[in-house]
Write a protein that binds this ligand. Structure first.
Ligand code: URA
Length: 215
């Protein structure tokens, strides 16, 4: 099936992203901005969350309302950097269940390697939300989407802060070969990847900017 890319355009999103790009922005400020930004992106990303009607009685009269339908959506941050997006997402979608995928990019081959995987075995029929700030080569996101599809998901939304056109194309090619519906919600699509696999202009290494450098 085809993939949808939604670039969330809003002055607040553009402003926050610009402060995050600034190399002078320190980790505490960067973390706070990721948290704020993801809430705005999550608002867009959850536009198609499945709902059902319920009856509710106000102090004045009974009426028909809406609530999020079962089965509960699944939110999956991709560790390490996706963890910085979890609180903001969970605040907006508190009934979601949360799974974890730990992936690291081998900086020489630029291939994704999985070091942790904690997802429900069967996620058939669940709407899944992947959190990964930087869609660069697409390697990590493709692997994460494949895990979810293997376990039965067919509706996946990835929330990213910045994407490179190369990464979007790579994910699109993979998704095109499946019967899944995949959406990417992103604050901006930047110019390109450099020879080290960094997004240009980007914001550097999102994990390092959130949590500091770990060798
Ligand atoms: N991962 C990052 O954190 N930053 C990039 O620019 C590319 C991948």
């Amino acid at each position: 099936m085809s993939m949808q890319v939604h670039v969330a355009q809003h002055p607040l999103i553009a402003h926050k992203l610009t402060v995050m790009r600034d190399e002078r922005t320190d980790s505490p400020t960067f973390r706070r901005l990721v948290d704020e930004l993801v809430t705005l992106l999550a608002y867009e990303a959850t536009r198609d969350v499945r709902t059902e009607e319920i009856e509710v009685t106000t102090p004045v009269a009974p009426t028909t309302g809406t609530h999020i339908a079962a089965p509960r959506p699944l939110v999956v941050p991709i560790l390490r950097a996706g963890l910085g997006m979890l609180d903001g997402m969970a605040r907006l979608l508190p009934t979601a269940e949360i799974g974890f995928l730990g992936m690291i990019r081998d900086e020489t081959t630029l291939e994704a390697v999985t070091y942790a995987n904690r997802l429900p075995q069967d996620i058939t029929g669940r709407q899944c939300f992947l959190l990964d700030p930087m869609l660069a080569t697409g390697g990590t996101l493709i692997m994460a989407i494949e895990y979810l599809l293997e376990r039965g998901a067919r509706d996946v939304t990835a929330i990213c802060l910045i994407a490179a056109p190369e990464g979007i194309k790579a994910v699109e090619e993979t998704v095109g070969k499946t019967d899944a519906s995949v959406k990417i919600v992103v604050a901006n699509v930047d110019s390109h990847l450099n020879e080290h696999g960094y997004i240009v202009p980007g914001l550097g290494d999102a994990g390092d900017r959130l949590y500091g450098v770990v060798d």
